[in-house]
Design a protein around this ligand. Structure first.
Ligand code: ZN
Ligand code: ZN
Ligand code: FE
Length: 750
């Protein structure tokens, strides 16, 4: 019998598990890692082999993901023993495992004074440790990782070759005698301390209020004492990051629970193998500095995910900020020499090590939504796991959009999603984007027949696609959002898609973003959108919510808008208003938009909540935060009209009602605004009468909006679907592009 297993089975102790199981059952044959996954040849009587198959499935290591397990019965070849054979190579169809959080056995090792790995920050085993961040080629073997430069000592080699040992074939196996070492550098790269002394000195510096750049698993973190107001403010000043919240790394789950409320699902997310940043609701009196997440009722919290972080946090005994080591908007820094150059003006000290990082991986971000996990940023611990799709598709490379860039590679019936890259708006992120494409091409031996990209001609990802010399399919942004959500839920058309975000190019001269698409096997069309309004000053409108507010007021009141006694109008000076009046009358550099994101901005400004944004999505986030503790069901009036072939969702009655209200009831206004959007979508669903409704786009990161849409659509008899494993924001676009390419080609064939 031959068993071929495909899935995330390399580097998770799968071969030793098979070896032990086979010996236990008296089965003869062999097991080997191949580029296709794991192959097992097993010989015994048929009932035993069937039990073997069942036990393979039911007793496999907890972190192994078996995607397919195919068995064929062949004539016996006459094996006498069961052995682990050397890896074979072939087509690279296997999965690259993501980096896995330190297991409890390894934590016990590093805190046990008599253990030879006591306080060793690079401890790992077959159940945990670095994977994706250190791999250069498949199959996953030590020589194809950045551990190749370290030769195992006799003790490590003994563990590595002992099938009964937890470190049997643990590729990054290492110890203080033979493995990577820490060093503490000053800003010039001079070594101040080494090994454990470096860790202790770094902890002392953090305790004293310094900013220390720490080379972690997938890149550098900037670490400061989260309790220290001056230290956190200094980090903000040096990093040019005004208000965007920082994530907090806490010593233990108990510390997380002291800072924040966490449901059973949220606690399980905190402790999951990916060990992501989990967005949690803060307790009233937590002990972190105000500057960590100003005005924010939530806190991004993560537990230590590597031995280095466990040791550092236990040395400190308090929570720290651990934010990506970069200048705002640039990709995370991975190399220590590069870090000196790029982070030299931010960090006081550098805690580095000599295990190179091949692939950058930021921390993943998740939140609980409607009772289950929602990934907001797919990176460490999740990338580059694929999303399995129903049918095989031609090999496709998808380059995503512009914001929150991530690429996708469709091979067979898997779509491998890259780690989060960032916004493709500067040279550094474009380089990271190019490097990820090169790495994926190499790892998976990609020969794409098609490259998919956004319809937007100015996106750097679109321009990159067009110079690749292979057929390009440009996919409308919101169609990609819709297909991303369908793929995440294994759905096929027909669906009604609610795709609400900041912006998307549609080729009709307007900026989409508050749209609903009806997608059927025969074609798709926009069935509804928000009433268009001018995007006052284009890119400037994104940074200034007050511009969206002024545009709405101008649409309703024309020139009278500029003299209204409204907070959004008062947010401008008289000369500014005079200029903007001209701009609105002539509509220069102000394309029409249907953007739901900008509608959130406008309402935030009308409610005097936020007129100028310091980071993307800030106004919308603050509107979500303004919601009352006990939500109410009231909504504002709105109107639906018809324009040619689609419905127009008119916000004018809502804006009139909102500005006529007493301004002191922010929470209720926020609730009514969210509810109005939900009622609009539910009414459109009622008119379209398509059972399955998918919810995607950056606005659907908003927990209240998404959960209320789900409950209202269900109550109206529809089946709503929302995201889980890929983000509703543009981080999910690449996956959607792959499926949209297949869909569009099926339309052409008809
Ligand atoms: Zn371990
Ligand atoms: Zn060793
Ligand atoms: Fe989008």
């Amino acid at each position: 019998m031959c068993v071929a297993i495909r899935g995330a089975v390399q580097g998770v102790g799968f071969r030793p598990f098979v070896y032990r199981l086979a010996h236990d059952m008296g089965i003869r044959g062999w097991v080997s890692n191949s580029a296709a996954g794991v192959t097992i040849e097993a010989e015994s009587d048929e009932p035993t082999l069937r039990r073997f198959l069942a036990r393979l499935e039911s007793e496999k290591p907890a972190i192994a993901i078996v995607q397919t397990l195919e068995a064929v019965f062949l004539d016996p070849a006459g094996f006498h023993t069961f052995e682990i054979r050397p890896s074979t190579t072939g087509t690279n169809r296997t999965l690259v495992m993501p980096d896995l959080t330190t297991c409890s056995d390894c934590i016990a090792d590093i805190f046990q004074p008599t253990n030879r790995r006591f306080r060793y920050p690079f401890t790992n085993c077959t159940n945990c440790g670095p994977r994706f961040s250190i791999i250069s080629a498949l199959p996953y073997d030590r020589h194809a990782t950045t551990m190749a430069r370290f030769t195992m000592c006799a003790a490590c080699a003994q563990e590595y070759s002992d099938p009964a040992n937890r470190r049997f074939h643990a590729q990054p196996n290492a110890c203080p005698a033979c493995g990577p070492r820490l060093a503490l550098w000053d800003r010039k790269g001079a070594t101040l301390a080494q090994a454990d002394a470096a860790l202790v000195a770094a902890a002392q510096a953090i305790r004293a209020g310094s900013i220390v750049a720490v080379k972690g698993l997938g890149g550098f973190h900037l670490v400061v004492d989260a309790r220290s107001e001056p230290a956190v403010r200094e980090l903000r000043r040096r990093k040019h990051r005004e208000e965007k919240p920082f994530a907090v790394l806490v010593p233990s789950l108990a510390d997380a629970l002291r800072l924040c409320h966490a449901s059973a699902v949220e606690q399980q997310l905190l402790r999951s193998p990916a060990s992501p940043i989990v967005l949690l609701r803060r307790r009233k009196a937590d002990e972190v500095a105000l500057a960590v997440a100003p005005g924010n009722p939530t806190l991004g919290v993560m537990l230590p995910s590597t031995p280095l972080h466990h040791l550092l946090l236990s040395e400190l005994g308090f929570s720290v900020i651990a934010t990506s080591g970069n200048l705002s908007d640039e990709p995370i820094c991975t190399d220590e020499r590069e870090a000196l150059a790029r982070l030299g003006d931010i960090a006081d000290l550098f805690l580095v090590h000599d295990r190179p990082i091949l692939h950058h991986v930021d921390d993943s971000i998740v939140r609980e939504l409607a009772g289950r996990e929602l990934v907001l940023r797919r990176a460490r611990g999740l990338a580059p796991l694929p999303i399995a799709i129903k049918d095989e598709v031609p090999t496709t490379l998808a380059l995503g959009a512009q914001q929150k860039s991530a690429i996708g590679a469709a091979i067979g019936s898997d779509v491998f999603i890259s780690q989060h890259i960032g916004d493709l708006e500067n040279q550094a992120s474009l380089q990271a984007f190019t490097a990820v494409i090169a790495a994926f091409s190499e790892l998976y031996q990609l020969r794409p027949q098609t490259v998919a990209c956004d319809l937007h001609p100015d996106y750097l990802s679109t321009q990159y696609a067009e110079q690749m010399g292979i057929p390009v399919v440009r996919v409308q942004h919101h169609l990609a959002h819709a297909f991303a959500c369908m793929a995440d839920n294994q759905l096929e058309p027909p669906v009604l898609a609610v795709t609400w975000d900041g912006s998307g190019f549609a080729g009709d001269g307007t900026v989409w973003g508050g749209d609903m698409l009806h997608i059927t096997p025969r074609g798709y069309r926009r069935v509804a959108c928000l009433r268009p309004f001018p995007l006052l000053g284009n890119a400037k409108a994104v940074r200034e919510p007050r511009r969206a507010a002024l545009a709405l007021l101008f649409e309703i009141f024309a020139d009278a808008a500029f003299t209204l006694d409204q907070p959004a109008v008062r947010a401008f000076s008289a000369p500014e208003l005079a200029v903007l009046a001209q701009v609105l009358r002539r509509r220069t550099n102000s394309p029409l938009t249907t953007s739901a994101g900008r509608l959130f901005d406008a309402v935030a400004s009308l409610l005097d909540l936020r007129h100028l944004a310091t980071f993307e999505g800030q106004a919308a986030m603050e509107l979500e935060f303004a919601l009352p503790a006990h939500p109410e069901d009231n909504s504002y009036p709105y109107a639906i009209s018809t324009d040619d072939d689609h419905l127009v969702l008119d916000w004018e009655p809502m804006v009139r009602a909102l500005i006529a209200e007493a301004p002191d009831n922010l929470a209720h206004a926020a609730a009514r605004f969210h509810n109005t959007l939900v009622e609009m979508a539910t009414e459109v669903a009622g008119r379209v009468q398509e059972r399955n409704v998918v919810l995607s786009g950056g606005c659907l990161q908003n927990r209240y909006l998404c959960e209320r849409l789900v409950s209202r659509l269900r109550a109206a008899g529809f089946s709503p679907y929302w995201h889980q494993r890929v983000p509703p924001n543009d981080g999910g676009i690449a996956l959607g592009q792959v499926l949209a390419v297949r869909y569009l080609s099926s339309l052409r064939k008809e």
